[in-house]
Design a protein around this ligand. Sequence first.
Ligand SMILES: NCCCNCCCCCS
Ligand SMILES: [Zn+2]
Length: 341
Amino acid sequence: MRVFYSEDHKLRDARTELHGGELVPPFEAPFRAEWILAAVREAGFSDVVAPEQHGMETALKLHSADYLEFLETAWQRWVADGYRGEAIPACFPARRMRQHPPKDIDGALGYYSFAAETAITEGTFAAARAAMDCAISAADHVAVGNTAAFALCRPPGHHAAIDLFGGYSFINNAACAAQRLRDRGAPKVAVLDVDFHHGNGTQDIFYERGDVFFASLHGDPVDAFPHFLGFADEEGAGAGLGTTKNYPLPRGTTFDTWVAAMDDALARIAGFGAEALVLSLGVDTFERDPISFFKLKSEDFLSLGARLQKTGLPVVVCMEGGYGVPEIGLNVANVLKGIAG
Ligand SMILES: NCCCNCCCCCS
Ligand SMILES: [Zn+2]
């Protein structure tokens, strides 16, 4: 299985994350990609290539143009206004307020985000573009007949919505991979999000589309970030009615419960008639993840991958979350091993 990796992920190296009322070193840090890369190489996935540089046309089918323009210019606008810290949103267009993009960068940060833990810093946009390039190149690799590819995306993307950043996400890499597979001829594509956190961004992007099925297993939003989307009654709308399926799961969920939901999702994906699959792979479902509350063990990630291999669907794996512990490398490698059979 080919691995797409860009050194440009290192340009995303924020100093601060707002967590528990303190500015702490971000959980989503460069070491993550380094640990994962080392572990997948160690597991024999040594066909590691840099992605091609793709334009923004795929992303422009998924995100609004004004949002992508905001991402590209936010840091220089922030610096031009004389702020000394990192660009953290602090004022949001909440209920009954006007939904318009302010000229002021402080207001624009709040308008284009849904969470305040994610700082924009110098190099953030360049790193997000490189992660997007990895996802698109991995989709191209599968589109020409390879059964699988791994896009080692950093920063992650599944929380990035049509015009919102947050949850460490800026450009929705997995959505770009799905769109690319569609553009390269797959009539129907499915995105399966196994990250601990609901893929609110991917859901938002495809919610009214009937050509992409979105399924997500995640910590119940009543208890977990992103708190305000990912409930079981969200099933798509318009042309997309019936093509969203959420599996909110409780604190302490172990693999036996978790995998029953995955099997149901895979059955629905088969029923939908997907011809290719994008896996939003977060390994923050691991029992020792620092910010999550499921109890998957490292060997469970082998079973996860094996189930995907059994579908017979070509799969683009996009790296999402998974934090803090060295096992993130082993757990990702185990998924790839399961897929590779
Ligand atoms: N106290 C936990 C706050 C979580 N904040 C964002 C988490 C984003 C995960 C991306 S996979
Ligand atoms: Zn997550």
